[in-house]
Design a protein. Structure first.
Length: 173
């Protein structure tokens, strides 16, 4: 399959005293030729200049040697991708290129964007409900709970005392 563009990264492999591996990028090179996309409604030319290649699959030519990792990510023909950029019309031909005002121009695999769109709302909901749960648990743990004739009584006086709110509130409790 012909290669349209590539991202080549060289990383230093670092190990801490526990043997945990981390990577730090030494160099990174992105090269992309101009190419055409057919979305079923027509063909459009995409300028390869300044195109950011986002989360492309790692190629079989990636490897590690010694304390270095060499990764190659390829943008190949017939890949299902989503593209963000600015459409311009030059001499009755439409081009997609980098939008200088928004500084956005990138291509990512369809699977990556689909997964992001699925997981991002779930992550946001999880964080929101986790914070609410932590707040409820904090209130319960800091208040005084007593049982009186098969009833639970919650006293928030201890909560006020824990945070010393009596002095900072503008009204009497």
């Amino acid at each position: 399959m012909p290669c349209i563009g590539y991202l080549y990264k060289v990383d230093a492999i670092n190990r801490d005293k526990n043997g945990k591996i981390s990577y730090s990028t030494i160099s990174k090179e992105t090269v992309c030729n101009s190419f055409q996309i057919n979305d079923g409604s027509g063909v459009i030319t995409v300028s390869g200049d300044h195109l950011e290649l986002i989360d492309l699959p790692e190629s079989k030519y990636s490897y590690s040697a010694g304390d270095r990792r060499f990764q190659l990510f390829l943008l190949e023909e017939n890949m299902k991708v989503l593209l963000i950029g600015k459409a311009t019309n030059r001499n009755q031909e439409v081009f997609i290129e980098k939008d200088p005002s928004k500084d956005v121009f990138g291509v990512a695999t369809y699977e990556h964007v689909e997964q992001w769109n699925l997981l991002r709302p779930l992550q946001q909901s999880f964080v929101k409900y986790l914070l609410i749960l932590i707040a409820c648990i904090s209130v319960i743990l800091t208040c005084e709970i007593t049982v009186h004739e098969n009833e639970l009584l919650f006293s928030f006086k201890s909560l006020l005392e824990v945070f010393n709110l009596k002095e900072s509130l503008p009204f009497q409790l």
